[in-house]
Design a protein around this ligand. Structure first.
Ligand code: HOZ
Length: 414
C-alpha cells in the first residue's frame, strides 16, 4: 500500500534488516505492538515525547481542544501563548512562525535567509539532516544516510549546486568555503549537536566559531534545533552552549507528539515574512489548535517540573551502562549524551563527524538492535540516529535496559 510499507523511510528497518513491528498503543516509557509484545521505547516518536507516551496532561489538552473544533484556518490565542512560552525558553526567537513539520521550518528558514541576505548559497554539514527539502538532500544524514542515498534523485543539479558542504567539527573547512565563496553565502545551517548521523557533540569552540565566521561574512547562522530544542537543555543547544543564532528551527517537543514545526529569530529578519514582509510562506493547518494545545501542555509541564537535571543523570546512566557492557565484552564503542539525547557507536572512535561515524560497525549494530528488540528494548533502527529518554523512564527501566543490552550484545557479537 505504501512505499516500503511505511510513511517515513527509517521506520522500515532497512538499516538493521528484518521487518518493522506495527504499533498498537503506547504509554509512559513503553510501546506495544499489534501482537501484544511490549518494548521499553528509546525512539519516542523520534524525539517529541519528552514526557513519555500519552502523558495525561497532553492527552487531556488534545481532547479538550478537539471538542472545540479541530481546525479553524483563523488565528487562536493558543498560538500566541505557545509562541510566548517558546520565546521564554529560547529568547533568540524574537518572532516566530508555526508550521507543520521540521522540514517545513527549515525550508522556510532558508528561503527567508536567502531573501534577507540577497544571496543564494547555503552551507550545510555532511551527515546533518534538515528534513527532506530539496536543498538539504546533499550529503544528508538520517534515513538518507541509512539507505545510502545521501544525494536524492529528483533534486535538480542546479539546485544542489547551491548547497555547499563541509565536515562537521572542522572550522578550517568552513573558513575555506567562505574564502572561496566570499559574499555569496546566505546562511550556514547546522544541527548544533548532530542527531541524524548518530549523536555527535560539537567540539569546544566550534559553534562560537561558526557564529564568528558567519557574522564576519554577513551570512546568517541557522540552528536547526528540531531535535535538540527542549531536549538537550530547556533553551536548546543555543542555551546550553551560549551561542545565539540568527534563526532557529524547532519541531518535535514543541508539538507534544502532534505535527508542528516553527522557525523564528531576530525581529528584523522575521519581519520579512508575509504578510508583514515579502517572503511568502503559508499553511492551512499551521498553528493547528490540537497541535498548539499539545505543545502548550507539554511545555507547561516542563516549565513546572524542570526535569532536565534528572533526565541528564538518567541518560548518562544509560550511556555509561551501555559503554560498560561493550568494554566488558571487548567490543569497541564510544558514546555521548547531552540532556536526554544520546548515542553509542560501535567504533574505535573518536566520532566527531559523519566520516568517522561511518567507521562504526553497522552490521554488529543491526544484530544488536534485533537482539535488544527480542529482549523488549526498542532502540532507533539505524546506527545513524540519536536515541532519547523521557521523564517516564525510571532508573529501574534504565538498569533493566542495560542488562538486556548486555545479553543482546553478547548474542550479537557471536
Ligand atoms: N527523520 C526522522 C529521524 N531523524 C524520522 C522520522 C520518522 O521516520 O518517523
Amino acid at each position: 500500500m505504501t512505499p516500503g510499507g511505511v510513511n517515513s523511510p527509517v521506520r522500515a528497518f532497512r538499516g538493521v534488516g528484518g521487518e518493522p513491528f506495527f504499533v498498537d498503543r503506547a504509554e509512559g516509557p513503553r510501546i506495544w505492538d499489534v501482537d501484544g509484545n511490549s518494548y521499553l521505547d528509546y525512539v519516542l516518536s523520534w524525539g517529541p515525547l519528552i514526557l513519555g507516551h500519552a502523558h495525561p496532561d497532553v492527552v487531556e489538552a488534545i481532547g479538550l481542544a478537539a471538542a472545540r473544533g479541530t481546525s479553524y484556518g483563523a488565528p487562536t490565542p493558543a498560538e500566541v501563548e505557545l509562541a510566548q512560552l517558546i520565546r521564554e525558553f529560547v529568547p533568540s526567537m524574537q518572532r516566530l512562525r508555526f508550521v507543520n513539520s521540521g522540514t517545513e521550518a527549515t525550508m522556510s528558514a532558508v528561503r527567508l535567509a536567502r531573501a534577507f541576505t540577497g544571496r543564494d548559497l547555503l552551507l550545510k554539514f555532511d551527515g546533518c539532516y534538515h528534513g527532506h527539502g530539496d536543498s538539504f538532500l546533499v550529503k544528508a544524514g538520517s534515513g538518507v544516510a541509512t539507505l545510502g542515498l545521501p544525494n536524492s534523485p529528483g533534486v535538480p543539479a542546479e539546485l544542489s549546486r547551491l548547497t555547499l558542504t563541509a565536515p562537521f567539527n572542522d572550522l578550517e573547512a568552513v573558513e575555506a568555503v567562505f574564502r572561496a565563496h566570499a559574499d555569496r553565502i546566505a546562511a550556514v545551517i547546522v544541527e548544533p549537536a548532530v542527531g541524524n548521523a548518530g549523536f555527535i557533540l560539537p567540539e569546544d569552540g566550534y559553534l562560537p566559531g561558526l557564529r564568528r565566521i558567519t557574522a564576519a561574512a554577513g551570512a546568517l547562522l541557522i540552528f536547526d534545533e528540531v531535535m535538540t530544542g527542549f531536549r538537550v537543555a530547556p533553551g536548546g543547544a543555543q542555551g546550553h552552549f551560549g551561542v545565539r543564532p540568527d534563526l532557529t528551527t524547532l519541531g518535535k517537543v514543541i508539538g507534544g507528539g502532534l505535527p508542528v514545526g516553527a522557525y523564528g529569530g531576530r525581529s528584523e529578519i522575521m519581519d520579512w515574512v508575509a504578510p508583514r514582509g515579502p517572503v511568502y510562506q503559508a499553511g492551512t493547518l499551521s498553528g493547528n489548535p490540537l497541535a498548539m494545545a499539545a505543545g502548550l501542555a507539554q511545555l507547561r509541564v516542563l516549565r513546572v517540573m524542570d526535569p532536565y537535571p534528572e533526565l541528564e543523570r538518567r541518560t548518562r546512566r544509560l550511556v555509561e551502562g551501555l559503554l560498560a557492557n561493550a568494554a566488558e565484552l571487548g567490543v569497541p564503542a564510544v558514546g555521548a549524551h547531552l540532556g536526554s539525547m544520546w548515542g553509542v557507536f560501535f567504533a574505535e572512535g573518536p566520532v566527531r563527524c559523519y566520516a568517522t561515524a561511518l567507521t562504526s560497525d553497522t552490521r554488529l549494530f543491526g544484530r544488536f538492535f534485533h537482539a535488544c528488540l527480542q529482549r523488549g528494548v526498542f532502540f532507533a533502527p539505524s546506527a545513524f540516529e540519536a536515541g532519547f529518554l523521557s521523564t517516564a523512564h525510571q532508573d529501574a527501566d534504565v538498569d533493566h535496559t542495560i542488562d538486556c543490552a548486555r545479553d543482546a550484545l553478547r548474542a550479537a557479537r557471536g
